[in-house]
Design a protein around this ligand. Structure first.
Ligand SMILES: Cc1cc2nc3c(=O)[nH]c(=O)nc-3n(C[C@H](O)[C@H](O)[C@H](O)COP(=O)(O)OP(=O)(O)OC[C@H]3O[C@@H](n4cnc5c(N)ncnc54)[C@H](O)[C@@H]3O)c2cc1C
Length: 627
């Protein structure tokens, strides 16, 4: 076996990930841990300052309810999420986050985040729920607060440690194992409670960007499905694993469109100039009641654009020039003011990208795009798993203690595995949390996890023999490479092993062609999904034949395995749900209609660690009384 030192780290609470939700958990849990003499440890595969989906920064905070200004109510937010997810959302969780999210945003401002204000000193909204920010350093600000809180409470932060899977004592999660991405060290983290907040998953499906552009995607390449893998391996129940997110973004650079649609009120059109939101409005009746209410769900907006693409009317374009001209025209009688406004709008357009998707600004520059003169191409991206955004996949977690809901078996945000909490992209059916809501959910779970430790926490019973077995399996790709690398002239082509990049291409091909990826126009069917599952079986057989010649490739190998698991849960849940509820995210071509009688429900899945079998189930939807 490769020579790796085993490092044991003991704590009361282990937080996995140091992204937005985990930083929220660390900030809050540290406060309560300090009061009670407990130790918190946070661990991330990257560097907290620039890790996760907000690594590059953001240009807007997407969840702010504005209760103090009387702008909206918490119930309004519950209605909004219900509508966008076509009736399938955990309203108790959505409500819980929404009632606390404003205070999180106020904390962000206190910590130094610049939120735009108008002349009257009120926040500038991008849309009803979104606030404009100067967000290039958003992640650094939130990371600093978490690091300070941890340090103040005597906690520890481990960076560049890739977490592979959970340590279990029966149904109780007692820690995690992983390895350093920089040194030959294997980590065994022991804890009385664990919070998983390691984000969603990308590169499960073949991306549009292949070849020289490979790696460029809307969702950050760092998140590989660790959260789903971790919760599945723990034997915890998952929900909405069929709900992937497909954003429509500026093509190839994946630049954000929110500011264009909401702030600049831009239109999107087909190649022949038709506004698909107007021309296909009748189609929305087929998706009533959601298609007929406002705002139109994100997937239905996608779908209307896809109808044009299917009809050969692509490419689609964002009418940036028209939108800018329309706004500036209000100043047309004053040439000086007009010129100034045009300059201001142009700079806002570029800053939007520079704040959060720099590559789009580079692409625009490379293609000589002047947004005030010419429209820009938009396209539907490949599918991603991001339960905190407009997707919904993640763990099935216990609801808030003070709400009378049917979903309560423990502490808020605890999964069905004892002592394991899930937050952000890791917790399911509570979409539209975004950055602020994910941080809020982290805070909620952080406080609850400390409560759990105080009331029920036991010394973690970690079987070190089992941990050693895990170490051997985790390091196997390094051993495999060393053992066989010289048998063939090209170290990448070998009958004894497969390289992580090759394995990834195989996974992506299966998902793309059988599970409704880009090249299948997001369509799938029972027969395709069943065939996809058959092929996944062969892929799984080869997963422990991956070889790695460095720590970097070892990380890639384990990211692949985590992706493979979320992929399988996705296929199985799409197969289970025999209807099309979210056209624009995926179509079951054999069951093309929404079926509210049979499928207005959560589709849950669980991998049973004892039998190795998958268990599928339906769960009723609880709607908040009077909302
Ligand atoms: C392109 C894009 C644009 C967005 N725009 C906005 C916006 O404008 N406004 C807004 O409010 N929200 C926006 N969001 C949503 C927001 O970024 C997410 O909701 C939020 O980051 C989710 O928090 P999280 O903690 O679940 O995941 P993340 O913040 O992504 O954190 C996950 C963390 O887990 C770590 N990790 C992953 N795997 C492992 C492992 N194996 N071991 C250890 N650590 C691991 C990662 O390094 C990372 O630090 C956007 C998201 C994306 C992808």
């Amino acid at each position: 076996m490769a020579d790796f030192k085993t490092v044991e780290v003991s704590s009361d609470l282990l937080i996995i990930g140091a992204g937005f939700s985990a930083c929220g958990a660390a900030t809050e849990a540290s406060y309560w841990a300090k009061k009670n003499g407990l130790k918190v440890v946070m661990v991330d595969k990257a560097a907290t300052d620039r890790s996760g989906a907000v690594a590059m920064g953001l240009s807007a905070i997407n969840q702010y309810v504005g209760v103090k200004d009387g702008e909206n109510t918490v119930e309004d937010y519950v209605r909004y999420v219900r509508q966008d997810l076509m009736g399938v959302s955990r309203e108790d969780l959505v409500y819980n986050i929404a009632r606390h999210v404003d205070s999180t945003v106020h904390l962000f401002e206190k910590w130094g985040l610049k939120i735009w204000k108008d002349e009257a000193g009120k926040y500038v909204h991008e849309g009803r729920w979104q606030l404009m920010i100067n967000g290039e350093s958003y992640k650094i600000i939130i990371a600093e607060a978490a690091k300070n809180a941890l340090a103040d409470a005597g906690g520890e932060l481990y960076e560049r440690v890739f977490i592979v899977g959970p340590l279990m004592d029966g149904n109780r999660c007692v820690g995690a194992v992983g390895f350093s991405t920089r040194e030959n060290q294997f980590y065994v983290f022991k804890a009385k409670a664990v919070i998983i907040g390691a984000g969603g998953a990308v590169h499960v499906f073949r991306p549009r960007s292949v070849g020289e552009g490979f790696g460029r995607s809307w969702y950050p390449p760092f998140n590989s499905g660790t959260s789903a893998y971790f919760t599945l391996q723990a034997g915890a129940e998952m929900t909405c694993q069929e709900v992937r997110f497909i954003p429509v973004r500026f093509k190839d650079g994946y630049g954000p469109v929110g500011a264009w649609f909401l702030l600049f009120q831009s239109r999107a059109i087909s190649a022949v100039g038709g506004d698909y939101m107007v021309e296909h409005v009748d189609e929305l009746e087929n998706w009533a009641p959601y298609g007929l209410a406002k705002p139109i769900p994100a997937n239905l907006r996608n779908y209307l654009g896809m109808m044009d693409v299917d009809a050969g009317l692509g490419p689609l374009y964002m009418e940036t020039d028209e939108a800018i001209q329309k706004i500036a025209n209000e100043y047309k009688d004053d040439p000086k003011a007009f010129k100034k406004k045009m300059k201001e709008l142009e700079s806002e357009a570029w800053e939007d990208f520079l704040d959060m998707t720099i590559s789009q600004a580079i692409l625009w520059a490379g293609l000589n795009v002047k947004p005030d003169e010419k429209h820009s191409e938009i396209a539907a991206c490949e599918p991603y798993f991001i339960g905190s955004h407009s997707g919904a996949s993640g763990a099935w977690v216990s609801g808030p203690e003070d709400l009378d809901t049917p979903y309560k078996w423990g502490y808020t945000n605890m999964t069905t595995a004892e002592g394991l909490f899930a937050v952000g992209d890791a917790s399911g059916a509570s979409s539209h949390k975004f950055s602020s809501g994910s941080h809020t959910e982290g805070r909620i779970a952080g406080k609850q996890a400390i409560k759990y430790i105080l009331e029920k926490g036991k010394e973690p019973n970690v079987d070190m023999a089992k941990a050693e077995e895990m170490k051997k399996a985790i390091l196997n790709p390094l051993d495999l490479f060393e053992q066989y690398k010289d048998e063939f002239t090209d170290p990448e082509v070998n009958t004894h092993y497969i390289m992580p990049r090759q394995f990834l291409h195989r996974l992506q091909k299966i998902m793309d062609e059988y599970a409704g990826g880009v090249t299948s126009a997001f369509k799938t069917s029972k027969a395709l999904l069943e065939r996809g599952l058959e092929l996944m079986e062969y892929l799984r057989e080869d997963s422990d034949k991956q070889a790695a010649r460095s720590l970097h490739e070892l990380t890639r190998a384990w990211e692949n395995i985590q992706r493979m698991w979320i992929a399988e849960s996705h296929i199985r849940t799409m197969l289970f749900r025999e209807e099309t509820r979210w056209p624009g995210y995926y179509f079951r071509a054999d069951t093309p209609k929404m079926d509210n009688d049979n499928w207005l429900c959560f589709c849950n899945c669980r991998w049973n660690p004892d039998s190795g079998e998958w268990e599928m189930s339906k769960k009723d939807i609880w709607t908040m009384p009077g909302v």
